[in-house]
Design a protein around this ligand. Structure first.
Ligand SMILES: Nc1ncnc2c1ncn2[C@@H]1O[C@H](COP(=O)(O)OP(=O)(O)OP(=O)(O)O)[C@@H](O)[C@H]1O
Length: 614
């Protein structure tokens, strides 16, 4: 973690934490607390309610987990070994998504490594049936991690919170926007009158204010966002290009390895994630998709493996808009109407690019009128979308809270639906004080085009993002590149895109789900006892292997730009006459080139091209 995020004046030792926790922290390599930790922990230990706003990746999880654990250990130490009061559920941690619940539970397991059986923590956020989870709760675990809806369901049965001492709501604003407010109200009603509460979030909005009134009493308010410092760590770029050019640019950036390191590519719906994956895999660029349709175990495993460095690219579907997350209610309503309109117009006027796939006649061979065809299409689309919604996980979320480690760049392949969602997406990089980069692609379209409203919406959100970033003294720089340099790749990209038909996407989607259900079953059986056995399970397998073109794997030398790259992750721009500004230094590549006797400042990619041609 970056030194600026840490409170160098303090160590965990000076925070007077339980020895068992200090040992675990030492083992995790944590010596100094972060600012949010050194501020929140003493206040929490003194019993104060807390409302903390600190930026993404600033260590909020430990800021609430450590005091929760310390308090439970202290209470238990004061009780005789035989006391029945040693077994009571004392803390409830509410999070908006299952992924986050899993992450928090793992974090608690790391922190309690030296606590033996003194701390039992149960995660009930998974989709295991209630009756299977019930016996775990009947044992009265010390800490329960849950989504609000799940907790409330169990409260009608075995979740006994009469002895609750601490309530934590992590990612408070998202908890609200996911529509959990009524669940929270239900939970609060059933809690003992005296308990401590903590609300944590990277962003605070009116909703959180409402929650504050509901949950907290005379809280200590911590606002620890150092916006200017955050701005310096994250370099943000934007580019306006056509829909087709989005694919072209992504191909060029990934193929030329202009991003050194791991990258998350965000798209707005599941279909798009498969479209992008199928496109990239034709060039032998491997990526995992991550979306709410995949089984929970597979999702955990993908994130874990990505964090371990097994995969470089994740195509993540950010479904935050479908979870009700927008900048505010009015904007949300306006946004939904606009998208709906744009989609309707789109459907009515879309050129029949995939005409071969459309049904041209009825079963008895009669020709359908254009109007009838349209009606039929709409009906079919509604049906599939209903079916799909049913199979998607309402408590899925990847743009928030998940600790993706070491992400060099975030690419908003689709522009996010709200400014808030933008903050959280770009918050997946430049975490824990590290540097990072984001690139957002906005579709530029003719104002008369049928989907113009959709693009207007993107522009409207972008305006809000600019204002939001300006408040943090951050700028979103235009992503400068010389289209001529990219031009040579265009025909390959167009060819590849042509093969990504709706049928191919549909088939890929089904294949992936089947594959992941099998993976998930294996994961379920082995997760606890043999985690190492699972390393052979890959989530980035090609979905349409017959379409991989071996010749597309390599880039011929004549296509490699003289000085390739776009914008550096550390924000250092190259000389202006280059035109095509590098994404990052790619020092490793330069090193290889120098080792081979290349001139300093020469073109490392040229040598790479030569090597590839051999
Ligand atoms: N005191 C510390 N020293 C070094 N690293 C730390 C410290 N505390 C936390 N970290 C690391 O920083 C990373 C981010 O922590 P965490 O996920 O708790 O952030 P967060 O503020 O909850 O982010 P988000 O808002 O996105 O959920 C984690 O990898 C964590 O292990």
């Amino acid at each position: 973690m970056d030194d600026n995020l840490l409170d160098k004046q303090a160590t965990f030792l000076t925070l007077d934490l339980d020895d068992r926790l200090l040992r675990a922290l030492g083992r995790m390599g944590l010596v100094h607390p972060t600012l949010v930790q050194s501020s929140a922990i003493p206040l929490a230990l003194s019993g104060k309610d807390i409302l903390a706003r600190a930026k993404t990746g600033s260590g909020k999880t430990a800021a609430y987990c450590l005091p929760v654990l310390h308090k439970i250990l202290a209470t238990k130490d004061a009780l005789p070994q035989t006391s029945s009061s040693r077994r009571l559920t004392r803390a409830l941690i509410l999070v908006p998504t299952r992924e986050l619940a899993e992450q928090v539970t793992k974090y608690l397991a790391d922190l309690t490594l030296f606590c033996g059986k003194d701390i039992v923590c149960v995660n009930i956020a998974g989709n295991t049936p209630l009756h299977i989870q019930a016996p775990l709760l009947a044992e009265l675990p010390d800490i329960v991690v849950a989504t609000p809806a799940r907790a409330l369901k169990h409260m009608a049965g075995t979740l006994d919170l009469r002895a609750l001492e601490t309530l934590v709501i992590d990612e408070a604003d998202l908890v609200l926007s996911f529509g959990y407010e009524d669940d929270i109200r239900g939970i609060i009603k059933a809690l003992p009158r005296i308990h401590q509460s903590m609300l944590l979030s990277a962003t605070l909005n009116r909703g959180v204010e409402a929650l504050k009134a509901l949950v907290l009493s005379s809280p200590a308010i911590l606002k620890l966002e150092d916006d200017q410092e955050e701005a310096a760590k994250l370099v943000q770029y934007v580019v306006r290009c056509s829909e087709e050019e989005k694919f072209l640019l992504t191909y060029v950036i990934l193929k030329l390895k202009l991003i050194a390191g791991k990258c998350i590519l965000f798209v707005n719906d599941i279909e798009r994630s498969y479209r992008l994956k199928l496109f990239l895999e034709q060039f032998s660029i491997k990526a995992c998709v991550l979306n709410s349709e995949l089984p929970l175990n597979s999702r955990y495993h993908i994130v874990e493996e990505f964090n371990r460095g097994v995969y470089d690219y994740i195509i993540a579907t950010d479904e935050s808009d479908k979870m009700g997350e927008a900048d505010n209610e009015a904007e949300e309503e306006e946004d939904q109407v606009q998208v709906q309109e744009a989609m309707e117009i789109d459907q009515e006027t879309k050129p029949e690019a995939e005409a071969t796939e459309a049904t041209e006649g009825t079963e008895d061979g009669q020709k359908l009128t254009a109007e009838e065809k349209l009606k039929k299409k709409k009906k079919a689309a509604k049906k599939t979308s209903k079916k799909r919604k049913a199979s998607q996980d309402k408590e899925y979320g990847v743009s928030r809270g998940i600790d993706f480690k070491g992400v060099a760049a975030v690419i908003n392949f689709d522009f996010p639906p709200s400014a808030r969602s933008y903050t959280h997406r770009v918050g997946r990089t430049a975490r824990a004080g590290r540097r990072g980069m984001s690139l957002s692609l906005i579709t530029s379209e003719d104002i008369k085009s049928p989907s113009a409203k959709h693009h207007q919406k993107e522009e409207a959100v972008f305006e809000r993002v600019i204002l939001q970033q300006r408040k943090k003294s951050a700028e979103i720089l235009p992503y400068k590149f010389d289209m001529k340099q990219v031009e040579g790749f265009r025909y390959r990209s167009t060819d590849a895109l042509r093969l990504v038909t709706r049928t191919a996407i549909r088939e890929a989607r089904i294949k992936e789900i089947k594959q992941e259900i099998l993976n998930s079953d294996k994961l379920k059986a082995h997760f606890e006892d043999k985690p190492r056995d699972l390393q052979f399970l890959r989530h980035d397998k090609a979905l349409h292997p017959s379409q991989i073109m071996p010749h597309m794997k390599h880039i011929p030398l004549y296509l490699v730009p003289k000085i390739a790259g776009i914008a550096q992750a550390d924000g250092v721009a190259t000389a202006p006459d280059i035109g095509f500004v590098p994404f990052n230094k790619d020092t490793k590549r330069k090193r290889i080139y120098k080792k081979k006797g290349g001139k300093k400042g020469g073109d490392p990619l040229k040598s790479l091209g030569k090597k590839r041609r051999k």
